[in-house]
Design a protein around this ligand. Structure first.
Ligand code: TRP
Length: 336
């Protein structure tokens, strides 16, 4: 039987943090080990260009994210790991589907609507001020990413569900007009995966600057963990696990036994300083080895590049048949 194809992209802006790790990277690497799935992971550097106009930052973030996934043990033989811009078929398909995507559908995309709303609220007369075609067409590029491999399942965070549904709409419309070319993709949102909060209690995010970097130095990790917000309860006073960022972080990394151990410590009134010390040791223990591999990879960019080239080759090979069917379907093949 044909394996189900799972595909997900990682936008190459910013440095991976614990929230990315717990919410996306860790479950993806786990899933890549499942022989029943055919997994595709890619560095969405074209999507990166939409948000970031600093070439050095795009370059650095691409390198860091690639090194992160490799250091954490992604099996690049069992899965396909590539950089979006190494697969030119993606942009080729993007244009073809752009031509059959309703503009009205894109008008409804959350990211675009939010940008327009921001302009309107700031009293701007031009609602599209500062909005590029890249931002507007963002979901079409994302649809091309997904449809180029006829992916069945797309693991994403809640904020991306709409985009996957749009990819499905685009595929449906195309199939209706040109014949059955595309598989209709489905978003997969795993509710059992924790959405980590940052040191201030809001969702951990680069934009709130409340994140704990995944592979900073041990010292920086300790410092970030010490910044996690707590309350004024003294050592010896029982603490509430349901109202504690320290406990939430603990839970995201601990085994069930370690969770109940910390629960007891909270009841017994563990001091915040001690709880944070133990939290640091828990997280650091899990990150130590991958951190060393990460540093090694960052010092050997050619090893990272070779992995990406291997992935690109595999990815390109796998999309040739589909692209040739698409060209034929729309009338772009050779004159006979
Ligand atoms: N837009 C996604 C995000 O910001 C990244 C992405 C780009 C993606 N292309 C994709 C995710 C295709 C899934 C499938 O998180």
């Amino acid at each position: 039987m044909e394996k189900k194809r799972y595909l997900t992209g990682i936008t190459t802006t910013g440095t991976p943090h614990l929230g990315n790790y717990v919410g996306a990277i860790r479950p993806a690497i786990e899933a890549s080990k499942n022989p029943e799935f055919d997994s595709y992971y890619f560095l969405a550097n074209y999507h990166g260009l939409i948000k970031c106009k600093d070439p050095a930052q795009i370059q650095q973030s691409t390198k860091e994210i690639a090194a992160t996934w490799l250091a954490l043990g992604l099996d690049t033989d069992a899965s396909t790991f590539y950089r979006q811009s190494d697969v030119p078929e993606v942009t080729e398909l993007c244009w073809v589907i752009t031509c059959s995507t309703a503009k009205g559908l894109m008008n409804r995309a959350h990211a675009y609507k939010a940008a327009v709303q921001e302009n309107e609220q700031s009293g701007e007369t031009d609602p599209d001020k500062g909005i590029t075609m890249g931002l507007f067409s963002y979901p079409v590029l994302m649809a091309a990413d997904i449809l180029i491999f006829n992916a069945h399942k797309v693991p994403v965070g809640r904020d991306q569900i709409q985009h996957v549904e749009m990819a499905r709409d685009v595929a449906q419309r195309f199939n209706h007009h040109y014949g059955e070319i595309f598989t209709l993709p489905e978003a997969v949102v795993d509710d059992s995966v924790a959405v980590l909060k940052g040191v201030d209690g809001r969702k951990m995010s680069k934009s709130y600057n409340n994140f704990i970097a995944l592979f900073s130095t041990e010292k920086a990790l300790k410092k970030s963990i010490n910044k996690v917000r707590t309350n004024l309860l003294e050592p010896g006073e029982p603490k509430d696990i349901d109202d504690s960022l320290v406990f939430e972080l603990w839970q995201a990394f601990a085994t069930p036994e370690q969770v109940s151990y910390m629960e007891d410590q909270f009841k017994a009134g563990i001091a915040w300083g001690q709880a944070k010390k133990e939290l640091f040791e828990l997280i650091n223990g899990q990150l130590q080895e991958p951190r060393a591999r990460y540093e090694e990879l960052m010092a050997k960019p050619d090893v990272i590049e070779a992995e990406l080239q291997k992935g690109a080759e595999k990815a390109r090979e796998r999309c040739q048949t589909l692209m040739s069917n698409v060209r034929k379907a729309v009338g772009l093949s050779k004159i006979k």
